[in-house]
Design a protein around this ligand. Structure first.
Ligand code: FAD
Length: 467
């Protein structure tokens, strides 16, 4: 009888799970395994919010597997050593896992291949975790990856979505294998108080709700900061409690402009993943250098600290930063505004902002975080690298009634309408009634500094006033 190990990584689900499907085809026993590798924490990929969400995912997966007659085996340690140990203990013939495309995932796969060969056990790597189209599957002529989103998207959407695989009906796990308890959110420190729960069950509930109630209005409402009219599926896609292929498959069955706009947005994940797979150093280095000499020293440090704390004096920036601290998640429009403010208006290195986001974001991942930061900083794939978002105009446009600011910056809650976006315009006495900081810098001053730093002529700074 064949014994197979299914190694779960960022695919913590039973629905649409090719490694599980392949392992069950052998007809024998299956060991569903998850390894908590301290190297992930050392590499800075772990953060309290993601660990708490992960704990929910593992508990949920274990519960689901128990319902099928099995269970999840959890181990801690270096992943190659632990998988080899479980293979020996279960006398397994095969290991099945999904392909990953980060430098870490590739090293893990290579290490496993070597170690398992020595154990006389075969490693099967199935279609990738996370994405819809694996990096390298679609490429432009003469290059290994697309550097511009729109042509990538045109090719990507021409790929027919595959029908999702169903969940297994039954599972037999060998007896006698030790499994560890996973610390839950209550045992972890630094978890955001408003963090959403994790797990496949939650993800599926949210997906059903999203597709039946809100996706239709996505095109018009996705930038409405207060309306919270986006899917909030990012953490589920990151941990693989939902398969991106299934999300796209189900959304595309609905049709309509809302679904099309939503699917286009999901494509950004694959776009960034294929950039990072081709250029792994873009996690740390400029994808396209603009010869920046970012501000350093005590003043820049103080600005960075104020930005992190949500005390820049620009209400919409501060609201976004406080949402991040409270929920471990931030609205995409907030991410764009906050990142533009740090890298352009304050002219602080995008890596500082990316590090802070990764320390809190429940959906934080290297490809999407680092490359979105680079996109905003103008060192990435944006074809308008010098655009600067004006936080007042952005606030007026995407939070016209100030409801988002009022929610996250309660000290300004007494201010009515769009005036909330410019509290410094209040008269002295009115101003004194609000315990809220003055702006770190006047916007024209920030713009001039950025223009000088990038040696731009005034017309080169796109949309400074209008976007
Ligand atoms: P929706 O608007 O409902 O979009 C659907 C899905 O599409 C999202 O769940 C997400 O998986 C994907 N998506 C949407 N926009 C993008 C995008 N610009 N790039 C890549 N994928 C996208 N997203 C992450 O998943 N992880 C990150 O670490 C991350 N860091 C970011 C940092 C910055 C500075 C910026 C500007 C954006 C970042 N994003 C990141 C992208 C985007 O902000 C989030 O994916 C989105 O806000 C998640 O909310 P949602 O699920 O409601 O999105």
């Amino acid at each position: 009888m064949t014994v197979s190990v299914v190694l779960f990584t960022s695919d913590l689900r039973v629905q649409d799970h090719p490694p599980m499907r392949a392992a069950l085809e052998g007809g024998g026993e299956v060991v569903p395994l998850f390894v908590r590798d301290p190297a992930v924490e050392r590499a800075g990929f772990a953060a309290p919010n993601r660990l708490a969400f992960l704990a929910d995912c593992l508990r949920d997966l274990d519960q689901t597997l128990r319902g099928l007659g099995g269970r999840l085996v959890v181990r801690s340690g270096e992943v190659v050593e632990e998988v080899s140990r479980v293979v020996r203990q279960a006398d397994a013939d095969e290991v099945h896992m999904a392909a990953g495309y980060t430098a870490f995932a590739r090293a893990r796969e290579a290490g496993l291949r070597r170690a398992l060969e020595a154990e006389g056990c075969r490693l099967y790597v199935h279609e990738g975790v996370g994405g819809v189209v694996p990096p390298g599957d679609i490429t432009p002529q003469g290059s290994g990856h697309f550097a511009v989103f729109t042509p990538y998207y045109k090719r990507w959407r021409a790929e027919p979505p595959r029908t999702p695989l169903s969940a297994p009906q039954k599972l037999r796990v060998p007896t006698g294998l030790r499994s560890e308890e996973v610390p839950g959110a209550a045992e972890l420190s630094g978890v955001s108080p408003g963090l959403a729960p994790g797990g496949e069950r939650e993800g599926r509930k949210q997906l059903r709700y999203w597709l039946s109630h809100h996706v239709e209005s996505y095109e018009e409402r996705h930038d409405d900061l207060a309306g919270d009219a986006t899917s909030r599926l990012s953490a589920h896609l990151h941990f693989g409690t939902l398969s991106a292929r299934e999300v796209v498959f189900r959304a595309s069955r609905g049709g309509g402009p809302g679904a099309a706009a939503f699917i286009r947005q999901v494509c950004w994940r694959d776009f960034h993943q294929q950039v990072l797979a081709a250029r792994p150093e873009a996690a740390r280095q400029d994808y396209r250098s603009r010869d920046d000499h970012w501000r350093r020293g005590p003043e820049a440090e103080a600005d960075l600290a104020a930005w992190r704390e949500g005390r820049t004096g620009y209400p919409v920036v501060d609201a976004a930063m406080r949402q991040l601290a409270h929920e471990g998640w931030m609205h995409n429009r907030g991410r764009l505004i906050a990142a533009s403010f740090l890298t352009k208006t304050l002219y602080v290195d995008w890596r500082e902002g990316a590090r802070h986001f990764l320390s809190l974001l429940v959906d934080g991942d290297v490809a999407n975080n680092q490359l979105n930061w680079q996109w905003v900083a103008g060192t990435g794939t944006d074809s308008r690298p010098n655009r600067v978002l004006n936080p007042v105009l952005q606030g007026r446009r995407y939070d016209p009634h100030g409801a988002y600011v009022r929610r996250w910056v309660p000290e300004l809650a007494g201010l009515g309408g769009a005036a909330i976006h410019e509290p410094w315009r209040l008269t002295g006495a009115e101003r004194a009634a609000y315990d809220y900081p003055d702006p770190l810098i006047a916007l024209p001053e920030g713009l001039a500094r950025f223009r000088d730093a990038r040696r731009l002529l005034p017309p080169d700074v796109f949309d400074a006033e209008s976007t």
